[in-house]
Design a protein around this ligand. Structure first.
Ligand code: ADP
Ligand code: MG
Length: 239
């Protein structure tokens, strides 16, 4: 289980209120997309869930337990960013096993975790290569693989595809959707400013604007019944 309840969450940087009272319920295993224009607070919200940002007030609970004061390493959350640094001197397999090695997981268990992730991500043929000998999409898959091996309860993606070209973005979009479907107990939260990504990947979309939730719903609900002109225009529905 890995449901998330966010209650009246506020975050300010100095005098600037970035998150202005976010209320949100995310069900275990759901694929939720946070979408909204640049600067609306998507990354701040994601980083708060990961524990990388201390919130100003309000609460975040995972499986009913408030995690506001829990360090990131204990939240069973993995995060994949737009920019990802693989260790250039290590092979793909070593990159993926690195966090497990640091956590002192025995080699046999590490190897089987890496093999399972490599199968999910179609990285089997590349395990002994170095990052410089991979394509952009393969590197991004290794970055996702490093997160998967840790068996997270919650998977957070912050615009993971925005540095890739259009064709590769489409391919990876499908792969990440498949990944979500293949991990039915893992809650996925995916941040993007791209409406098409949101509409095609999400079980539910959360539309954010200026640090507030504008509307939450399935892609069809938002398309058919946008509750504001902003949502209609952003989603592209004919209101
Ligand atoms: P998004 O990911 O939706 O583009 P962000 O969450 O990155 O938006 O940023 C929301 C707002 O918070 C922006 O105005 C940004 O400048 C501000 N902000 C984000 N991080 C910081 C920080 N560490 N210090 C000051 N302001 C920040
Ligand atoms: Mg961002």
């Amino acid at each position: 289980m890995s449901d998330i309840t966010i209650t009246n969450l506020r975050k300010s940087f100095g005098p600037v209120d970035v998150l202005k009272g976010i209320d949100l319920q995310i069900k275990s295993g759901e694929f939720v997309v946070f979408v909204g224009p640049s600067g609306c607070g998507k990354s701040t919200l994601l980083r708060s869930i990961a524990g990388l940002e201390a919130v100003t007030s309000g609460s975040i609970a995972i499986d009913g337990q408030v995690v506001n004061d829990m360090p990131p390493s204990q939240r069973r959350i993995a995060m994949v960013f737009q920019t990802y640094a693989l260790y250039p001197h290590m092979t793909v397999a070593e990159n993926m096993a690195y966090a497990l090695r640091i956590a002192k997981m025995p080699k046999a268990a590490r190897d089987s975790a890496v093999a399972a992730a490599a199968e999910t991500l179609h990285l089997g043929p590349y395990l002994q290569r170095k990052p410089k000998d991979l394509s952009g999409g393969q590197r991004q898959r290794v970055a996702i693989g490093r997160a998967i091996v840790r068996n997270p309860k919650v998977f957070l993606f912050d615009e993971p595809l925005s540095n890739l070209d259009a064709a590769l973005r489409l391919k990876m979009r499908i792969e990440i959707s498949r990944l979500g479907a293949s991990l039915p107990d893992t809650t996925m939260i995916y941040v993007t400013h791209d409406q098409v990504e949101a509409m095609t990947m999400a079980d539910r979309i959360v539309v954010l604007k200026d640090g507030e939730v504008q509307q939450v719903g399935t892609p069809m609900e938002l398309y058919n019944a946008p509750q504001s002109l902003f949502v209609a225009q952003f989603i592209g529905s004919p209101k």
